[in-house]
Design a protein around this ligand. Sequence first.
Ligand SMILES: *Cc1c(COP(=O)(O)O)cnc(C)c1O
Length: 376
Amino acid sequence: MAEQGKQGGKVPFGPDYVRAISPYIAGKPISEVAREFGLDEAGIVKLASNENPLGMPESAKQAAAAAIAELGRYPDSNGFELKGALSAKLGVPQDWLTLGNGSNDILELAAHALVTPGQSVVYAEYSFAVYALATQEIGARAIVVKARDYGHDLDAMAAAITSDTRLVFIANPNNPTGTFVPAAALEAFLAKVPAQVVVVLDEAYNEYLDDDQQYDSVAWVRRYPNLLVSRTFSKAYGLAGLRIGYAVAQPELTDLLNRIRQPFNVNSVAQAAAVAALGDTAFLQRSAELNRAGKAQLVEAFSRLGLEFVPSSGNFVLVRVGDDDDAGARVNVALLKQGVIVRPVGNYGMPRWLRVTIGLPDENTAFIAALERALK
Ligand SMILES: *Cc1c(COP(=O)(O)O)cnc(C)c1O
């Protein structure tokens, strides 16, 4: 054994399950694409990370600027002001709320707090990449349930739960496919899940839902001690760079997350900006309207070009750009050369598809024109 060490590189560090992880692939930053393809940053259109094309709300910018003056101090570990605002908005006490460094933090906290190595976590094929990461990094076993029409098959997911399952992840709307599970189906699912299994209902795109899709998941949290609803300020609220999200769950579950989170997991600029954004209903409404119009623009173009797409309830659309398994990568490079960044989803097992974030009208137009050229 000692000799192996001397030879160097023979003794692997860390557990097998960590070495087996495929790192998360993020959307390419504008600066990187500019460097790689010799393009001017100003002309690049980024539709790759489901960010709000309006950027950060003005109200949040002002709150963030004011908060900078206090950055010499640690943030409020308990997020009193933001939890107060969320508590008033959602109608739950503050001890039902957890703040996260992005909702990504919440997803990982749930996995770490609830699952031991060897126990299992259930999630759907073609759902958010972080569910696999959160499962693998704790040495848990993933039970990946086949998708139905690119979305969650909740009957199959309920049936997949075993005696060692402790966690189920559901994204609604789902990323990267944009599919939506109606309230009635979710409610039926929750009623079936055993009490020792926690359901994380990830509502990162909740604010984009149409009126007839809206449902009251916080009411379900009141009924189900094993339900945790996760939301984010990264998408419709336009604060992706600040990293802030939150969870709503009954106190017993919330208390567990609170025990293992970093004491200062959410910085003070993010907290201040989130309070402002939460109160900025005009911005939220404008974002949702812009998204609706942009979605119509993309869907019209895809139909005209004869491209299959998945009807989306989020701020992005998944589109099939060819019939061979190189299509996604090939068309992606052709788009990058024209300064348009979208997201290939080969790592999700969808090599013929691209996920396109809905942008400003001009950005959508530029993407559509570049796509037409790329497909020629
Ligand atoms: C974007 C996204 C998130 C979280 O993003 P954060 O920036 O970490 O809040 C969570 N779930 C899904 C499904 C997402 O698409």
